[in-house]
Write a protein that binds this ligand. Structure first.
Ligand SMILES: C[S@@+](CC[C@H](N)C(=O)[O-])C[C@H]1O[C@@H](n2cnc3c(N)ncnc32)[C@H](O)[C@@H]1O
Length: 225
């Protein structure tokens, strides 16, 4: 268990606010699939928000009527997520848990969202986590995962842990804790090897700081047959 990285995330969540609204790509993914589903049928759709942080995505999902489980290793993140949903009268199952040792029901979820959380691990852990998430998906269920690309301008900075995994990244985004940057094709190969099907890979690249910082993300979909 990577207790240092876990402690770092707890320190971050205890000391600052982390996101309030979901990325538009998550909204698009969910709405493309479920917007035609009547409100009274949405609670039958079980969605797992893995590494949910302070609840931005879980809040959106609960507001749209889905049955939401949010999991994060940081107790402060989960407490803040609980308060965030409660203040709007929204409900979700929010749990403090390490995604490297999940005890959630096998084949319990129609949809799993990883909004930039799995990438915060070493490659061996990442492969295991995507494997465990596969077992949690129902047949016909889908995964949406977002992770950083080697095209980010801060790739290669900080302390190298292994190929494409760094920590103590001095500036730019991503910049908190350990980061595995994925090269083109890497996520697809990992997911295919586990058994995910219908994989679709998209990339989104933006600049910040007057063009000096490049932030590039993979947005990858996969399903379980
Ligand atoms: C970049 S943040 C993203 C948070 C959230 N998904 C969002 O979009 O606002 C990464 C999150 O992963 C969580 N995390 C990191 N390692 C974890 C682990 N092993 N198990 C569960 N959560 C973890 C962190 O606490 C943090 O909330």
């Amino acid at each position: 268990m990577d207790t240092n990285n876990n402690k770092l995330w707890e320190t971050v969540h205890a000391s600052r606010q982390w996101g309030k609204y979901p990325p538009e790509d998550v909204i698009r993914f969910i709405m493309n699939r479920y917007s035609s589903l009547p409100a009274n049928e949405r609670e039958d759709v079980k969605v797992l928000d893995i590494g949910c942080g302070q609840g931005a995505v879980s809040w959106f999902l609960a507001r749209e009527g889905f049955s939401v489980t949010g999991v994060d290793v940081s107790p402060s993140a989960i407490e803040k997520a609980r308060q965030y949903l409660e203040q709007d009268g929204l409900k979700a199952e929010l749990q403090v848990a390490d995604m490297k040792a999940l005890t959630l029901p096998k084949e319990g979820f129609d949809c799993i969202l990883d909004i930039e959380s799995v990438y915060t691990h070493t490659i061996a852990d990442i492969k295991n986590i995507y494997g465990d998430l596969f077992t949690l998906l129902k047949s016909g269920g889908s995964l949406f995962t977002m992770a950083f690309s080697t095209d980010c301008s801060n790739f290669g900075t900080g302390t190298k842990i292994e190929e494409r995994t760094y920590t103590d990244i001095p500036s730019g985004s991503p910049g908190t804790g350990m980061v595995h940057y994925f090269e083109r094709g890497e996520l697809e190969t990992i997911l295919k090897g586990i058994g995910y099907a219908e994989i679709e890979v998209n990339q989104k690249t933006v600049t910040r700081n007057n063009g000096r910082d490049i932030i590039s993300q993979w947005m990858v979909y996969g399903s379980k047959k």
